[in-house]
Design a protein around this ligand. Structure first.
Ligand code: MRU
Length: 345
C-alpha cells in the first residue's frame, strides 16, 4: 500500500488512523483537505508529511489559477501558512514548503495555470525522490545489520511514513532483501500505537519476522540479551546531530547505552535542519489529551484528569552511534560530519 497516490487531480491519502483494520484512501480534492489529513494524522511520518504538503501547495496553486497573477501569488502565502501550521516538529514539512515556494518564485512571471503545472511537477518530484533516497539509505544502512540480527524499532519509520520503502524500516527491508535473517521487535508506541498498527502490519506484509511488545518491555528484552541493535527514524536532526523522534525514542537510546547496544538513526537530508544548533531549539508538538485518556474511543482515565502529551522527544547526539543517510553512514562528531556531507558536499 502507498501512503499517498496522485490520481486525476486528486491526492489520495491512505487513512493511517484506520490501519490495520481498514485500508481506505481519503480523497483530498483541495489544499484544505490535505492540511486536514496532515493535522489529523491520516498521513503521518516526516517524509510523507513533506510530500503531502508539497501536493497540497500545488493544489492551492491550481485552486487560485483563475485569479490575476498578482492575486494568485498573494493567495499562495495563505496556502503555505495553512499547510505550515498543521504539525510543528517534522522539518520535512517546512523543507517541502520552502522548496515549493522557491519553485513558485522562479516561475512567477508565467501564467497562473502554467505555474500550477510546474508546482505539481515539483510535488511529484519530491515524492519520487523520497523513494529513491530511502533505497539509497537502505543500501548503506544494511551494512550495519549483521546476519541474524534482532532489531528493536519504535513508532513507524516505514513505507507508510514516507513515499515508500521507509527509512529505519527501509534499512531493515534492505538487510532482509540481501538475504540476512533479521527479526524485529516493534514497540507498540503509545499513545497512537504506530508500532502496533503500522510497523507490525508493514513488516508482516513483507514477511519479515516481527514481534510486538509494549513500550515498557524494551528494558526487559534488552537486559535479557534479546536485542542486537536499535534503529529508528527522525523528525528533525539539528546541526549538532541531536534527533527529534517519536516520544519514547530518548528512553530507548538511554536503555541501549546502558546495555551496550548500538543505537542508529536513519533519515534523509530533508530531515536535517542545519539552521538549528541543537535539539533544545526544536518545537515539540503537544497533542490532544484524548490521545492519552482514551484508547480506540473508549475512555480509560478519570474524567478531568490532567494530561501531558508531548508527541516527540530529543535524543542527544552522544547516545547515537551512527546516522544513516542517503549519502552514507555518518559517525561522530556529527557537527563536523553533517556539515561536511550537506554543506561542503
Ligand atoms: O507522529 P508521527 O506518527 O508523524 O511520528 C512519526 C515518527 O516519529 C517517525 O519515526 C519519523 O517521522 C520518521 S518517519 C520515516
Amino acid at each position: 500500500v502507498d501512503s499517498l497516490r496522485w490520481q486525476d487531480g486528486v491526492l489520495e491519502v491512505l487513512d493511517q488512523t484506520r490501519l490495520p483494520l481498514v485500508i481506505e484512501y481519503v480523497q483530498c480534492t483541495d489544499y484544505l483537505a490535505v492540511a486536514n489529513a496532515i493535522k489529523t494524522m491520516q498521513v503521518r511520518g516526516a517524509p510523507a508529511i513533506g510530500a503531502a504538503a508539497a501536493f497540497g501547495y500545488a493544489m492551492g496553486a491550481r485552486e487560485h489559477q483563475h485569479l490575476p497573477r498578482a492575486e494568485s501569488l498573494a493567495e499562495m502565502q495563505e496556502v503555505k501558512q495553512v499547510l505550515a501550521t498543521t504539525r510543528p516538529t517534522a522539518v520535512n514539512l517546512f523543507w517541502a514548503l520552502e522548496r515549493m515556494e522557491r519553485k513558485l518564485l522562479e516561475a512567477s512571471e508565467r501564467e497562473p495555470a502554467e505555474i500550477a503545472d510546474i508546482l505539481l511537477a515539483e510535488a511529484r518530484a519530491i515524492h519520487q525522490e523520497d523513494l529513491e533516497l530511502n533505497r539509497k539509505m537502505g543500501e548503506f544502512g544494511q551494512k550495519l545489520i549483521p546476519d541474524g540480527a534482532r532489531i528493536l524499532t519504535h513508532c513507524n519509520a516505514g513505507a507508510l511514513a514516507t513515499a515508500g520503502f521507509g527509512t529505519a524500516l527501509g534499512v531493515i527491508r534492505a538487510a532482509h532483501a540481501a538475504g540476512k535473517q533479521v527479526q524485529v521487535f516493534a514497540d507498540e508506541t503509545r499513545p497512537l500505537l504506530q508500532g502496533a498498527r503500522l510497523t507490525a502490519f508493514e513488516l508482516m506484509q513483507d514477511g519479515i519476522p516481527v514481534t510486538l511488545i509494549t513500550d515498557n518491555m524494551a528494558g526487559y528484552v534488552m537486559r535479557r540479551g534479546m536485542v542486537d541493535l536499535v534503529i529508528v527514524g527522525a523528525d528533525r536532526i539539528t546541526a549538532n546531530g541531536d534527533v527529534a523522534n517519536k516520544i519514547g525514542t530518548y528512553g530507548l537510546a538511554v536503555l541501549a547505552r546502558e546495555h551496550k547496544i548500538p543505537f542508529y538513526v536513519a533519515a534523509p537530508y530533508s530531515t536535517v535542519d542545519l539552521n538549528l544548533a541543537s535539539g533544545d531549539d526544536i518545537p515539540i508538538e503537544e497533542r490532544d489529551s484524548r490521545e492519552i485518556t482514551h484508547v480506540c474511543g473508549q475512555q480509560i482515565a478519570p474524567d478531568g484528569v490532567k494530561v501531558f502529551n508531548p508527541a516527540f522527544d530529543i535524543t542527544p547526539n552522544y547516545l547515537i552511534d551512527a546516522i544513516i543517510t542517503e549519502k552514507g553512514i555518518i559517525r561522530k562528531p556529527y557537527q563536523l560530519n553533517l556539515q561536511k556531507i550537506y554543506v561542503e558536499g
